[in-house]
Design a protein around this ligand. Structure first.
Ligand SMILES: Nc1ncnc2c1ncn2[C@@H]1O[C@H](COP(=O)(O)OP(=O)(O)O)[C@@H](O)[C@H]1O
Ligand SMILES: [Mg+2]
Length: 378
C-alpha cells in the first residue's frame, strides 16, 4: 500500500487527468522485470477511476485486442447507456389496456461498428466529467498489427475531442524493439516513464511505513538493513519486507536478525525470478562479457573486459551496446560499465557453479524463528 518514489509520476498523471492536454494522457511505462511497472499502471488506473473515468483493460494475451476492446466497451454501454434498452410498441389497441412491447437491446449482436460504440461510450464518459482509460500491460508481447489497430482507435477518439488516456507498460528491450517499427508512431510520441530503483533511504522508510500500518513494527536498524538489502529495487523492497515478517514469527517487533536471516532467500528469489529469465536467452558472447566483469569489485573498464575476453576493444562495444539495451549493464562514467540491477553478480556466480539455467534451491518450509520460540510472552 505504500509506494516508494512515485510521487512525481502520480502528480503528473493526476494533472493529466484533470487538464486538457491530450498528449499528456498517452503514457508508456518501461523498466526491468520487478521494477514496479504493473504497480504504477494499477495506481494510475485507480486515480482515473476515482476521477470518474471508465477503464478498459486490454490484455496482450487476448487473440484480438480490437475484439477485446469492443467486448469491454459494449459491457460498459449496457450498464451506462440510457438508450441501451429501448422498448418498441409492437401492437396496441387504443381501446385496450393491454399492449405488447419488445425490448430491443441496442448492443446485441454485431450490429454496431466499433468506432461508433467507442464514440458513444466516450461521449457518455465526457458528459460525466470523466473520460476513457485504455490500458495495456506486458506491451513487449503485443502483436504489432493489433497494437496498431488499437492505437488507431485511440487516436480517432482523441481526434474527435474526447477525453481519452492510454497507458501501456512493458520491459525495455521488447518495448524499444516495438518502437523501432514504423506503425508505432503513436507510442513513440507517448510520455515515457522509466521506473526503477529508489534510493535506499526511501526503501527503508517504505518498509517501515508498510509495517507500521499493521499491528507490528520494525526497529529502525532493521528497517535500514532491509533498505540496504533491497538496494532500493521495488521487487526486493517488497520481498525483504515480507521475508523478515515471516521470520519474526508472531513477535510484535521485527528485529535486525530477522532481516539478516532473510537475505539469502531474497537473493535466491531475485536470481530465480528476475535474473534467470533475463539471462536465459543470452548469447554465449554476451554471457562471457558479463562474466568478464565479475573480477571487478565496482565498475569495470571496458578495455579490461575486452582483454579478458581476448577480443579487440572495438568489438567489445557491440556487446556493450546490446547489454545496455537489455538493461543488464549500464554506463558508469567514461569507459566504464556496471551491472544495472542488484545481485546480478550473484546470479552469474550461481550460474558458474550450477550451470546455465539451473534452478536456485527453492526456499522451503515455514518455521518459527528463534525469537518466536523464546520464552513466554505476556
Ligand atoms: N513504488 C513501489 N514501492 C514499493 N514497492 C513496489 C513499488 N512498485 C512495485 N513494488 C513491489 O515490487 C513488486 C513488483 O512490482 P511490479 O509492478 O509487479 O513489477 P513489474 O510489473 O515491473 O514487473 C510488487 O509486487 C510490489 O510489491
Ligand atoms: Mg508487470
Amino acid at each position: 500500500m505504500i509506494l516508494a518514489g512515485r510521487d512525481l509520476a502520480i502528480e503528473e498523471f493526476t494533472a493529466a487527468l484533470a487538464g486538457n492536454v491530450p498528449e499528456a494522457r498517452a503514457i508508456l511505462i518501461s523498466g526491468a522485470r520487478g521494477s514496479g511497472k504493473t504497480v504504477l499502471l494499477t495506481e494510475f488506473r485507480e486515480l482515473a477511476l476515482e476521477a470518474g473515468w471508465i477503464d478498459l483493460r486490454m490484455h496482450t494475451s487476448s487473440t484480438s485486442l480490437v475484439e477485446e476492446l469492443r467486448g469491454q466497451a459494449i459491457a460498459h454501454l449496457r450498464e451506462l447507456d440510457p438508450e441501451a434498452e429501448t422498448s418498441r410498441l409492437t401492437s396496441a389497441r387504443i381501446s385496450s389496456l393491454s399492449a405488447s412491447r419488445d425490448i430491443v437491446q441496442r448492443y446485441d449482436g454485431e450490429g454496431e461498428v466499433l468506432s461508433t460504440v467507442l464514440d458513444r461510450l466516450a461521449q457518455l464518459a465526457d458528459e460525466d466529467g470523466g473520460g476513457l482509460l485504455i490500458t495495456l500491460d506486458e506491451l513487449q508481447s503485443v502483436d504489432r498489427d493489433q497494437l496498431h489497430a488499437l492505437t488507431q482507435h485511440v487516436q480517432d477518439l482523441i481526434g474527435s475531442g474526447h477525453a481519452v488516456a492510454f497507458i501501456a507498460a512493458g520491459v525495455r528491450p521488447g518495448v524499444d524493439a516495438l518502437l523501432d517499427h514504423e506503425r508505432t508512431t503513436f507510442l513513440r510520441r507517448a510520455h515515457r516513464i522509466e521506473v526503477g530503483s529508489v534510493d535506499v533511504g526511501t526503501a527503508a522508510e517504505t518498509i517501515r511505513m508498510t509495517i507500521a500500518d499493521t499491528t507490528r513494527s520494525i526497529t529502525p536498524e532493521a528497517a535500514v538493513l532491509a533498505g540496504e538489502i533491497s538496494c532500493g529495487y521495488p521487487y526486493l523492497i517488497q520481498l525483504i519486507g515480507s521475508k523478515a515478517w515471516q521470520r519474526s514469527g508472531d513477535a510484535d517487533t521485527i528485529e535486525i536478525e530477522d532481516v539478516r536471516a532473510s537475505r539469502d532467500a531474497v537473493v535466491a528469489a531475485m536470481i530465480k525470478n528476475v535474473h534467470g529469465p533475463a539471462l536465459r536467452g543470452l548469447s554465449p558472447r554476451k554471457r562471457e562479457y558479463l562474466h568478464a566483469m565479475l573480477e571487478d569489485e565496482g565498475p569495470s573498464a571496458v578495455g579490461d573486459i575486452a582483454r579478458r575476453m581476448g577480443i579487440d576493444p572495438r568489438n567489445q562495444s557491440t556487446y556493450r551496446e546490446r547489454l545496455i539495451e537489455e538493461e543488464l549493464i549500464r554506463p558508469a562514467g567514461r569507459g566504464f560499465v556496471e551491472f544495472s540491477l542488484p545481485y546480478l553478480a550473484d546470479a552469474l556466480h550461481h550460474e558458474a557453479r550450477t550451470g546455465v539455467g539451473a534452478d536456485v534451491e527453492p526456499d522451503r518450509g515455514v518455521r518459527r524463528s528463534h525469537r518466536g520460540r523464546r520464552g513466554p510472552r505476556p
